[in-house]
Design a protein around this ligand. Structure first.
Ligand code: CP
Length: 307
């Protein structure tokens, strides 16, 4: 099976069946990363460019590892060390990269919609690795894989997403994804950090963290995205943390077998305490592991030959 599309730009675009296909394919690729020789020849001869205009640890590394484990040639470009600093536009960068005939460009950009623009400019596949406050589709796919792996299903679960929803592309992609797979998604945060009409995305809204987490199966904590805020949205970090930070005291109000997710990077002591981040309910590092399998699946489903 292949995805019958050129690009992966958002979870909003994907059908339930396409999401399920990515998750099933990712499950089958997990064992490659557990082998002694972590490589399959599936994408030999393919060229993948990681073009990152924003900092990244997890996403960039795992796209690169995924490409290499599939035997593709992976090239990494950071805007800060490219001709972008000399004033080259995204369009010119795209046209010049296309002239070298890559098979896929993975783009992270601070501008919402940049991957859509790029996809309209190049013949090769484009994968959105996070665009502004819009979407981070591969993150949501790895989050869904992590929940499905741990709890055996997604349909019928209650997923609480807590924090700076307004600026979070992870929240938007996860609201679309988990809702499409039949979960109830709860978005919780300060009113100043909640997008207008977010209910129209299919989630419930909570302005009190305890109400959101008390019978949830999954709690996903989000970082305050200070780099995207242009106004003071909360009085002090201490007060924010008291209201919407997850510590062991608040965790006592949740179900005993609740699982904790966080896309990273975490700010210890702000949105999550160290004992919770490192505790037995936390699947934060499992998410990172699953990121490689999900990105291998995306490359395979976009670029691989039909078996
Ligand atoms: N989760 C995530 O996107 O992390 P990075 O910014 O480190 O890629």
């Amino acid at each position: 099976m292949k995805l019958n599309r050129k690009d992966i730009l958002s979870i909003e675009d994907l059908t339930k069946e396409e999401i399920e296909l990515v998750l099933k394919t990712a499950e089958s690729f997990k064992e490659v990363s557990e082998r002694d020789i972590k490589k399959v020849p599936t994408l030999r001869g393919k060229t993948i460019i990681n073009l990152f205009y924003e900092p990244s640890t997890r996403t960039r590394t795992s796209f690169e590892i995924a490409a290499k484990r599939m035997s593709a040639d992976a090239i990494n470009i950071s805007a800060s060390s490219s001709s972008v600093v000399k004033g080259e536009t995204l369009k010119d960068t795209a046209k010049n990269l296309e002239a070298m005939n890559p098979d896929c460009i993975v783009l992270r950009h601070s501008f919402s919609g940049a991957p859509h623009i790029l996809a309209g400019l190049v013949k090769c596949s484009v994968i959105n690795a996070g665009d502004g406050c819009h979407e981070h589709p591969s993150q949501a796919l790895l989050d869904m894989l992590t929940v499905k792996e741990k709890l055996g299903r997604i349909e019928g679960l209650k997923i609480a997403i807590i924090g700076d929803i307004l600026h979070s592309r992870v929240a938007r992609s996860n609201i679309y994804g988990f809702t499409k797979l039949g979960a109830e998604v709860r978005a919780a945060g300060l009113p100043t950090m909640m997008p207008c009409r977010i209910e129209q995305m299919g989630c419930r809204v909570f302005y009190n963290m305890e109400d959101a987490i008390k019978d949830s199966d999954v709690i996903m904590m989000l970082r305050i995205q200070l780099e995207r805020q242009n106004a003071a949205l909360f009085p002090t970090v201490r007060e924010y943390s008291k209201l919407f930070g997850l510590d062991s005291k608040k965790l006592e109000m949740a179900k005993k077998d609740v699982i904790i997710l966080h896309p990273g990077p975490i700010n210890r002591g702000v949105e999550i305490s160290s004992d919770v981040a490192d505790g037995r309910s936390s699947l934060i590092l499992d998410q990172v592991t699953n990121g490689v399998a999900v990105r291998m699946a995306l490359f395979y489903l976009l670029l691989g030959r039909e078996l």
